[in-house]
Design a protein. Structure first.
Lengths: 338, 324
C-alpha cells in the first residue's frame, strides 16, 4: 500500500517534471499572436526547402553564369550569359547533343529542346485521351469495378526503373516480342533501342502506358465532383448523351483536366528516368534533363553549361505553366467562378 | 452440336429479348440486334463499355504479363514464346540468392516511409498556417512554392551533389560535417524538399475547409494550439492527409533521378530498388529472367498500397485536393 502510494507520487512528480518544459513551450505558443504563430509553424518546412530546394536553385542559377572547367569539378571565371549563348546557338563543341540548332542541320529528334517538347505534347495528348477513357471506365458502376480500378491505377505505382525494364524486354532484339513484327512491317529498325526515332516512339508509348493511370485518377476526381443533379435536369429536358457530355461533363471537368495536364506536362518536360532505363541511354534520345546529366558526368565535366540547361528547362516549364494558367482562368471566368 | 442448332438457339434468345416486335420476322439477327440497340441505347452503351474496357485493360496489363513471361523463361533463352513453355518459379527465389534484393527493397521502402512521415509532419504545420491563419506574406510564400515546382530535379541536383560530397559549403556557409553522399540522408533530404510543395498545397486546401467552430470548441475544452492541429484538424482531414501521404509515398518509391544518382550501387550503401534491378547486369552476364522476377517482386508493396488505399485516393482527390 505504502509502496503503491510512493510509486504514485513518484509518477506525478515525474510527470510534473517533464511536463514543466512542455507546458512552458505550450504557454509560450498560446501567447503568440496569430501572425507570429503562423511564422513559427512555417519555420521547419521552409528551413528544409531553404537548404534542399531554394539554396540549390539559387546556386544553380549562379553557376550558370560561370565558365566550365573541363578537367575538374570547379567553376571557372564569371562569363555572364556565355553558356546560354553557346547553348542557344549550338556552338559548344563539347556538348553531348544540341540543345537547339538554329542552322537546322541537326534532325529535330536530336535537338534536346524540340525533342522534349514533342515528347511532352505527344505523351500528354495520349495520356489525356486514354486517361479520359479510363476515368469513364472507373466511374461507371458494375460488378468488379474495384478490380478494374486497381488494374487501371497499378501502372502509375510502378517504379520508373521497372517500367523501363518492361519496355526494354519488350523491344530488345531477339528477345522482345514486338521487335520482329514491327521490323517486318517496316516501322522499326533491327535495333530499335539504339535508333533515335524508334527509341523516341518506345519511350513515348512507355510514358503514356504508365501515366495515363495518374491522369485517369485526376479526371475521375473531376467527374465525381460534378453535381449529379445537373444530369437529372438534363434528362428531364431530354438531352442526348452527347449533349450531356458536351454541355455538362466537359465544361465542369475542364478546369480539373487543365490542372491534370499541367502536372503531366511539367513531368514530361523533365523526362529522364524512362530514357535512361529503357533505351541505350541519353545518346539516342537526348532530352533536356539528359543534357544536364551528360554535361555533369560526361567525359568533359561542364558544370556551368549543365546549370544553364537546367535554368532553361525551368524557363520552358514556366512558359507552359503560363499558357495553362491562362486557359484555367478563362474557363473559370466563363463558368462565372472568378 | 451442329452449326444450325446453335444458330437456332441464338435466334431464340434474340426473339426473347426483342420485346414488342411485330415486323422483324424476316430480318436477319444482325438487323434485329441493331433494332434492339436503337430502341435500348443503354444496352449498346453497356456493350461498348465492356468492349472498350477489355481493350484498355489488355493494353494496360500486357506489359506486366510479359514481365511474368520473361521471368518464367530459362536463363539465356531468346525468342521468348508468348505463352511460357513451363511454369518455373525458381527465378523468384533465385533473385534473393544472387543479390541481396531484400535489402534493396528495404532501402526503397525505408526512403518512402521516412520521406512520407517527414513531409506529412512538417507539411501539416505549414498547411495549417497557410490554410487557417492570416499573416503577411502568405501569397508570396505560396507563390514561391509554385515557382519551386517549375524547376526539374536536375537543377537541384548539381549544387546538392557537390555539397553532399563536401566539395562546396552548404548554403554557401558551412561544409557538411559528414559526407552525406552514400547515406540515406542524401536521398531523403532532397526528395523531402521535392515532394513537400505538393503536399503543402493539398494539406492547405483540406485544413482550410474545416469549420472554425470545431477548432474553437476543442480550444475551449482546453486543447493547446498545436494539439488542436494534431487532434482535431488532422483527423478531420483524414482523406486529405491520406492523399498527400500516398502521393508522396508513391512518388518516392517510383522516383528514379535522385535514387539513381545520389547513392552508390551496393545494397549495404543504401542503394534502392533501382540499383537492385540493375545489379543482375554484370559486365559479362545479364540475367533478364531474374531482372523480370525482381521487377515483379518490387511492384508488390505498391500494389498492396493501391489495393488498400484506392478509395482513399479517389475520395481525397475528389473532395478538394484539386480545388486550388
Amino acid at each position: 500500500m505504502l509502496i503503491a502510494v510512493a510509486v504514485e507520487q513518484g509518477r506525478t512528480e515525474q510527470a510534473d517534471g517533464s511536463g514543466g518544459v512542455l507546458t512552458g513551450i505550450a504557454t509560450w505558443m498560446e501567447n503568440l499572436s496569430e501572425q507570429a504563430y503562423a511564422y513559427l509553424l512555417l519555420v521547419p518546412g521552409f528551413l528544409v526547402l531553404l537548404m534542399f530546394a531554394f539554396w540549390p536553385l539559387a546556386s544553380a542559377i549562379r553557376m550558370s553564369f560561370f565558365a566550365d572547367v573541363i578537367t575538374s569539378g570547379e567553376l571557372g571565371a564569371f562569363v555572364g550569359l556565355q553558356n546560354y549563348v553557346r547553348l542557344l546557338t549550338n556552338t559548344n563543341a563539347l556538348a553531348p547533343a544540341a540543345f537547339i540548332d538554329p542552322s537546322f542541320q541537326t534532325p529535330i529528334l536530336e535537338q534536346a529542346l524540340a525533342m522534349t517538347i514533342l515528347f511532352a505534347v505527344l505523351s500528354v495528348t495520349g495520356e489525356t485521351l486514354l486517361g479520359f477513357l479510363y476515368a469513364m471506365l472507373m466511374k461507371a458502376e458494375y460488378k468488379g469495378r474495384r478490380l478494374v480500378r486497381l488494374l487501371i491505377i497499378l501502372p502509375w505505382a510502378i517504379p520508373i526503373v521497372i517500367q523501363g525494364m518492361i519496355f526494354f524486354l519488350l523491344f530488345r532484339p531477339g528477345y522482345g516480342l514486338l521487335t520482329e513484327p514491327l521490323q517486318q512491317i517496316g516501322l522499326f529498325s533491327s535495333l530499335p533501342l539504339n535508333t533515335t526515332f524508334d527509341s523516341f516512339v518506345i519511350v513515348t508509348v512507355a510514358d503514356i502506358w504508365k501515366t495515363s493511370a495518374f491522369m485517369a485518377l485526376l479526371i475521375l476526381a473531376g467527374l465525381e465532383s460534378v453535381n449529379q443533379d445537373l444530369y437529372e435536369v438534363a434528362d428531364v429536358m431530354g438531352a442526348s448523351r452527347w449533349q450531356r457530355f458536351r454541355y455538362i461533363t466537359f465544361p465542369l471537368v475542364f478546369p480539373v483536366l487543365m490542372v491534370a495536364m499541367l502536372f503531366r506536362t511539367m513531368g514530361a518536360l523533365r523526362v529522364y528516368g524512362i530514357i535512361e532505363s529503357t533505351t541505350v541511354g541519353c545518346s539516342t534520345v537526348p532530352s533536356m534533363t539528359c543534357l544536364v546529366t551528360q554535361f555533369m558526368f560526361g567525359s568533359a565535366t561542364q558544370y556551368g553549361s549543365a546549370a544553364a540547361v537546367s535554368v532553361l528547362i525551368a524557363i520552358v516549364v514556366g512558359l507552359f505553366i503560363m499558357v495553362y494558367l491562362g486557359f484555367i482562368r478563362r474557363s473559370n471566368q466563363s463558368l462565372g467562378l472568378a | 452440336m451442329s452449326i444450325d442448332a446453335r444458330n437456332h438457339e441464338d435466334a431464340e434468345t434474340f426473339d426473347g429479348s426483342d420485346d414488342g416486335s411485330d415486323d422483324d420476322e424476316n430480318k436477319s439477327p444482325v438487323q434485329r440486334w441493331a433494332d434492339d440497340w436503337i430502341r435500348n441505347p443503354e444496352k449498346a452503351y453497356a456493350v461498348m463499355l465492356v468492349f472498350l474496357g477489355g481493350v484498355l485493360l489488355t493494353t494496360s496489363l500486357f506489359p506486366l504479363y510479359w514481365l511474368f513471361n520473361v521471368a518464367m523463361a530459362p536463363p539465356g533463352q531468346t525468342d521468348i514464346p508468348i505463352v511460357p513453355a513451363t511454369i518455373d518459379l525458381s527465378a523468384f527465389v533465385q533473385v534473393f540468392v544472387q543479390v541481396p534484393f531484400a535489402r534493396f527493397m528495404f532501402n526503397s521502402l525505408f526512403y518512402a516511409f521516412t520521406v512520407t512521415l517527414f513531409v506529412l509532419l512538417i507539411g501539416s504545420l505549414a498547411g495549417y498556417a497557410f490554410g487557417r491563419l492570416e499573416f503577411r506574406g502568405k501569397t508570396p510564400l505560396l507563390f514561391s512554392l509554385l515557382v519551386l515546382s517549375f524547376f526539374p530535379p536536375a537543377t537541384l541536383f548539381i549544387p546538392l551533389f557537390r555539397a553532399f560530397n563536401q566539395q562546396v559549403p552548404m548554403l554557401g556557409l558551412f561544409t557538411l560535417p559528414v559526407e552525406l553522399y552514400g547515406t540515406p540522408g542524401a536521398v531523403i533530404t532532397p526528395l523531402s524538399a521535392f515532394t513537400m510543395p505538393l503536399a503543402i498545397f493539398i494539406l492547405t486546401t483540406f485544413y482550410g475547409q474545416i469549420p472554425d467552430g470545431l477548432e474553437d470548441a476543442a480550444r475551449v475544452e482546453g486543447t493547446t494550439r498545436i494539439g488542436a492541429l494534431f487532434r482535431v484538424i488532422m483527423p478531420l482531414s483524414a482523406p486529405g492527409v491520406a492523399t498527400a501521404g500516398i502521393l508522396t509515398f508513391i512518388t518516392v518509391y517510383t522516383e528514379f533521378f535522385f535514387s539513381f544518382l545520389m547513392t552508390g550501387n551496393s545494397a549495404a550503401e543504401w542503394a534502392p530498388v533501382v540499383d537492385g534491378v540493375i545489379a543482375f547486369q554484370t559486365q559479362y552476364t545479364v540475367r533478364y529472367d531474374l531482372q523480370a522476377a525482381a521487377s515483379l517482386i518490387a511492384i508488390v508493396p505498391v500494389a498492396i498500397l493501391v489495393v488498400v488505399a484506392q478509395d482513399k485516393i479517389i475520395s481525397g482527390l475528389t473532395q478538394g485536393a484539386l480545388k486550388e
